[in-house]
Design a protein around this ligand. Sequence first.
Ligand SMILES: [Zn+2]
Length: 197
Amino acid sequence: MRLARPLENLIDQLQKLPTIGPKTAQRLALYILKAPPEEARQLARAIVDAQEKIFPCSVCGYLTDVDPCLICVNPGRSRTSLCIVEEASDIIAIERTGYNGKYFVLNRSFKLMDDNDLGEMNLEPLLNILQAGEVKEVILALNPNIDGEVTSRFLASVVSQQQVKVTRLAHGLPVGGDIEFADEITLRRAMEGRKEL
Ligand SMILES: [Zn+2]
């Protein structure tokens, strides 16, 4: 039996989201149909709003609706340490460890197998931060897999040319895993036990 076109379309759209399979998409679509009209409208509006208003911070790359972002302008945060992560979602994980320095988000992950060039990464915003002279330590918090490893080595060589100490998260994070999904205790230990590169 074919579903009514608008329902089928809603299921198709939901199914494009990560981790959402056909069954979950169907369940969510039916939930939305039964929800009060205002709730469905709020959901639709929140999606459009977030896409229109959120952009990467021009200083650190974190997702924000003001530029520079709230982390960059927060006077209570240490300006001497800078933590480099792959994605904005990694910041949310690292914040839970109690880290109180600044960040730099690469906003792209390097894939060795895709044959792309590390040299193409736009490092100008990072160099601008380092050349301001306040950062004393750069903490590399890239995902513990081969691509994160290659990127870390590359960034370590770039950063050390600026006479800044480079450390990386201690081992103990599951290899091949994502920082974003690491549990809080493991991530805090990895942060505390960071090693100089
Ligand atoms: Zn920022």
